[in-house]
Ligand binder design. Structure first.
Ligand code: HEC
Length: 138
């Protein structure tokens, strides 16, 4: 009997913890929606760098992206808290997006949002490095 009650309490506690877990500064960050199709010019591009480029990419991310997208890329950076639309949760996004999509968006930005195009600010190599880093986000 006591065991059963304890079990119910544990299940309830786990439920409450998981439902509070994704505490984004901007609740919009986790709403990914349907991804646009990648323009021909970018379509099919794959990261020429290996997974070990993620270490350099972590630096690129820290210096250029973290303020909005948050330390773990969850879209919860302080500079993104009041943006509409919110900086996206890149951990979720990367499970849906190909390398070509990420390279296109990071290079050209997204019209009508605070996401600027990084082409000209970052080299292609730095963009591929940050994509390698985004692939490590959970
Ligand atoms: C000024 C804040 C800001 C900075 C800095 C920033 N982003 Fe963004 N980012 C955004 C916003 C806002 C969006 C748009 C989200 C949307 O469309 O819903 C976005 C969108 C994106 C997307 C596409 C998401 C989608 O839905 O298609 C990617 C990928 C991305 N950012 C990666 C990066 C990377 C990598 C960097 C650093 C090189 C960076 N961002 C820097 C605010 C920022």
């Amino acid at each position: 009997m006591i065991n059963k009650i304890l079990f119910v309490i544990l299940v309830l506690a786990a439920f409450v913890l998981t439902s509070c877990g994704g505490s984004s500064a901007n609740p919009d960050a986790d709403v990914i929606g349907t991804l646009a199709s990648v323009p021909d010019e970018f379509s099919g591009q794959a990261n020429p760098l290996g997974a070990d480029a993620a270490a350099a990419g972590a630096n690129v991310f820290r210096n250029n992206c973290e303020a909005c997208h948050g330390q773990h890329g969850h879209g919860d950076g302080p500079a993104g808290a009041s943006l509409v639309p919110a900086p996206k949760n890149l951990a979720s996004l990367q499970t849906l997006a190909g390398d070509d999509y990420l390279f296109w968006r990071i290079s050209n930005g997204k019209d009508g949002t605070a996401m600027i195009g990084w082409k000209g600010v970052l080299t292609d190599e730095q963009i591929w490095q940050v994509i390698a880093f985004i692939r490590t986000l959970k």
